[in-house]
Design a protein around this ligand. Sequence first.
Ligand code: DX5
Ligand code: ZN
Length: 220
Amino acid sequence: MNSKLIAPSILAADFANLQRDIEMVNKSEADWFHIDIMDGVFVPNISYGMPVLKAITKHAKKTIDVHLMIIDPDRYIKTFAELGSNILTVHYEACTHLHRTLQAIKAEGMKAGVALNPHTNINVLEDTINDIDLVLIMSVNPGFGGQSFIENTYNKIKQLKTLIDKKGASTIIEIDGGVTNKNIKQLVDTGADVFVAGSHVFKSNNQTETIKELKTIANS
Ligand code: DX5
Ligand code: ZN
C-alpha cells in the first residue's frame, strides 16, 4: 500500500457536537472514520451503538471503518452492513469460528478485519491471513481512548509483515491506540499502513491541522 491512511476515532469527538466534528473530518485530509463499538462485556466500557452509527453515516463522506469490541459479533454483521460500514473488524479473541465470521462479513460486501489484543500473538493468524483484508493491532488495551502506546507494538508489526509476505497475502496493517505525531513515523517505517488517532486529534487546538500533520509525516 503506497499512501498511508489516517482514521480519526470518533470515540474522542464531542458527542454534543457530533455533526460538527464529522464535517471537520469530511473537510480534512483524513481518509477514514474509525468507529469503536463496545458492549461492556468484551471490554470494560460501553461506547455507542446502532442509532449513533446511523447518525454518523448520514453525514460522513469517507470510508466507515467499524471496530467491534463485542462478544459474538456474528449476530450483527448484517446490521452493520445495512448501516453503511465499509470495513468491519472483529476481535480474534471474540470469535470461536473466525474463518466463518470473515466469510460472512465479505458476503455482506464489506472488507473483513481482525483485531488483536496486545497479549495476542501474531501467529494465531497463520491459517487465516489470506482471508483477512486488514489486521488491526491494538497498541493499547481496548476499551478506552487516551491511553499510552505499548512499545511492543513495533515487534508485532514486524512479525505480521513477515507473515503477510511469507503467505503472499495483501492484508493491510492498522494501528489503534496512542498514535501521535511522535510515533507515527516509526510505525510507518516498521510497516504499518493505517493509523487510528482519537485523543491526539480531537483534544488538539486545531484538529484539521493535526490531521494534516499526521498525514504529512506518515507519507514523508
Ligand atoms: C480503544 C479504541 C481506539 C481509541 C483510540 O479501545 O479502539 O480506537 O478510540 O483512542 P486514542 O487515539 O486516544 O488512543
Ligand atoms: Zn478502535
